[in-house]
Design a protein around this ligand. Sequence first.
Ligand SMILES: Nc1nc2c(ncn2[C@@H]2O[C@H](COP(=O)(O)OP(=O)(O)OP(=O)(O)O)[C@@H](O)[C@H]2O)c(=O)[nH]1
Ligand SMILES: [Mg+2]
Length: 240
Amino acid sequence: MQDAVVIIPTYNEIENIEAILRAVFTLPKAFDVLVVDDNSPDLTAHKVKDLQKEFSNQLFLEVRKEKSGLGTAYIHGFKWCLNKDYQYIFEMDADFSHNPKDLERLYEACKTEGADVAIGSRYVKGVNVVNWPLGRVILSYGASIYVRLITGMKIKDATAGFVCYKRQVLEQLNLDQIKFVGYAFQIEMKFKAYLKKFKIVEVPVIFTDRTKGESKLSSSIISEAIFGVITMKFKSLFKK
Ligand SMILES: Nc1nc2c(ncn2[C@@H]2O[C@H](COP(=O)(O)OP(=O)(O)OP(=O)(O)O)[C@@H](O)[C@H]2O)c(=O)[nH]1
Ligand SMILES: [Mg+2]
């Protein structure tokens, strides 16, 4: 078992899953991987099972009954990881939007540079997004400004889904109280870590739009974020 594990949630990622797993397993630093699949109709989980023969002690799989959202997939994954001895627990997409080579920089930020949470951030300096249509860039960048204004967090990329958490952070957040499922889940995790005064560091990364498979972004995910952020801030004011 390694000290670090990467959780990859998947829904219909048959075109990406093998390549992303191989990309992680060929990094100089060894990472374990946990795939949390929601019974993808394209049989992503079958592919993972095949690959488990090759990567038997490094690759783990949890299959849930049906598509239940990214947020709950991560909560499921976090709990699984906390039951083991992992010290560094990562979030990463399956679609190569996050470059697996950046995992090591996030790891170093937590392991040697004192971060409790390291975020692979698109907006540290300008906007480092490749191939996203303008509408998507505006939505995401706009969301990051909106979150900063409402919550007061100094984080530039609050919706980022490329993150390394030190074990203690996940142990101290009440995972059963994390409510949101879409982008808002990412904001909520960072906000709760910020309220607990954990050290959050942004590591600049370049984010590339997926070239294979389909996006799961929906208007309900967007409205959850817009209204959810206000509700979340409001509640935090009364909890002090
Ligand atoms: N287990 C699980 N994984 C999901 C679910 N929704 C999305 N994912 C995975 O979460 C990651 C991010 O989802 P994406 O569809 O790439 O969402 P996005 O990055 O906002 O959208 P695009 O980059 O535009 O495709 C991918 O690995 C998806 O397969 C879900 O309901 N359950
Ligand atoms: Mg994506």
